[in-house]
Design a protein around this ligand. Structure first.
Ligand code: SF4
Ligand code: SF4
Length: 408
């Protein structure tokens, strides 16, 4: 059990345009959330709600830094004036705290003006890009089926031109999952030093309100074709790791490897999927509805609305505590007895829809892939952990490999 919830900063990602997006990527888990608000004509956060959110969010923080994250849908579907106003309000309510902002975008709507704003205000921009053109354009298209790679790369060039700090967020799916090195080298070729990638796993189930993805509580649904397979995921991670650990440690930051090392060394991983608990990062929709997590925006996981409840009550309340504990409490015996539980923690509960060999529910669909990865990286992680704990650079692993000390 988490005994001191306030020990964690309160974190709520805002969706100022709801699920609205100018693209319609085939695997998007968020696009269909607009069905939750069919009766509302305009899915936009009002100025009044924006002010309530900013004021409350800052006041609820227990730390001197406050991190705002703007997310979608496509966050740039709101005009620049909306974000200028957000910055104004952040200054008004900062009360001596340091305010930081990050925004996630598909990159296609970026202009010189947006980039100037991000640079001037030191915003960190996350760009969704799935690797080289052939991979990216397979699923990342608009409603007319027109692919988006060329526009995304134009956006990235603009970010570079204006010196905006950005990183890449990529999805690993059934298509690019077989090409880890082409995928990885693309990011190196465009000099992207901070790479986040996530496996896509979805199951299909039609709902009366028009949504067609299964909620985590629904069992026995058909896997979506674009999902990465556990075997692909394991092989993808191992192949990419082999290149990274020999050439790129300390040069290219790969969030999943970094989080694995953190777990190996007994530190807090940056990636929630590999962490012990959930529940520290909620989501607020355009109308003030707050949900337990970006991947649990389902009616069953709505915590309340900021107009009638405080963020503190919702995010530190009993329901969210229960949600956070579910990650540990829902582990099947196979995970509890697994030698890599410390590194995996059963991964994201959203993906735990399989049964173990003994028929127990709650096994992660990607388990096989993670097992293969953790076994493969164990000697390297052991070495890097020792370096890290001795306050030496984990990058020394590259020399150790060259000298034949590990991974011969
Ligand atoms: S449910 Fe999944 S995505 Fe959400 S906090 Fe937990 S591990 Fe992270
Ligand atoms: S590797 Fe598999 S068995 Fe081990 S903790 Fe992860 S999901 Fe559970």
């Amino acid at each position: 059990m988490i005994t001191a919830p306030f020990a964690r900063p309160l974190y709520v990602m805002a969706k100022p345009a709801g699920a609205a997006c100018n693209l319609a990527c085939e695997y998007c888990y968020y696009l269909e959330k607009s069905n939750l608000y069919k009766e509302v004509p305009n899915h936009v956060m009002t100025d009044n709600l924006l002010e309530t959110f900013i004021r409350e969010y800052i006041q609820a923080q227990t730390m001197p830094q406050v991190m705002f994250t703007w997310h979608g849908g496509e966050a740039l579907m709101r005009p620049l004036s909306f974000y200028r106003r957000a910055v104004e309000l952040q200054k008004k309510y900062a009360g001596g705290r340091t305010i930081e902002n990050s925004i996630q975008t598909n990159g296609t709507l970026l202009t010189d003006e947006w980039c100037e704003f991000f640079r001037e205000n030191n915003w960190l921009v996350g760009v969704s890009v799935d690797g080289p053109q052939e991979f990216h354009d397979e699923y990342r298209r608009n409603r007319q089926g027109i692919p988006s790679f060329v526009k995304v790369m134009r956006g990235i060039r603009l970010l570079n031109k204006h010196g905006v700090e950005w990183n890449a967020m990529a999805v690993v799916n059934d298509y690019n999952g077989d090409y880890p090195l082409e995928f990885y080298r693309f990011f190196k070729d465009i000099d992207c030093r901070y790479i986040q990638f996530a496996p896509i796993v979805e199951r299909m189930r039609p709902h009366a309100d028009g949504r067609h993805l299964a909620t985590p509580l629904e069992e026995g649904e058909r896997l979506a074709d674009f999902s990465v397979s556990p075997e692909q995921w394991g092989s993808f991670l191992c192949t990419l790791f082999d290149e990274w650990v020999r050439q790129d440690v300390g040069q290219y930051y790969i969030q999943l490897f970094d989080s694995t090392l953190a777990n190996w060394a007994g530190l807090e991983p940056g990636l929630c999927t590999l962490g012990k608990w959930c529940g520290h990062a909620g989501v607020m929709e355009f109308n003030g509805d707050v949900y337990s997590c970006d991947h649990f925006v389902f009616p069953e996981f709505r915590l309340g609305n900021i107009r009638s409840q405080t963020l503190v009550d919702m995010m530190y309340g009993e329901r969210q505590q229960k949600f956070g504990n579910m990650k540990q409490e829902g582990l099947p015996a196979q995970c509890r007895e697994c030698e890599f539980l410390f590194a995996c923690n059963g991964e994201c509960p959203k993906n735990r829809f399989m049964r173990t060999a003994s028929g127990e529910p709650g096994l992660n669909y990607l388990c096989k892939g993670y097992l293969r990865f953790f076994r493969h990286v164990a000697p390297y992680m052991d070495f890097m952990k020792k370096e890290l704990l001795a306050r030496r650079a984990p990058a020394n692993v590259m020399e150790a490999i060259r000298e034949g000390l590990i991974g011969a």
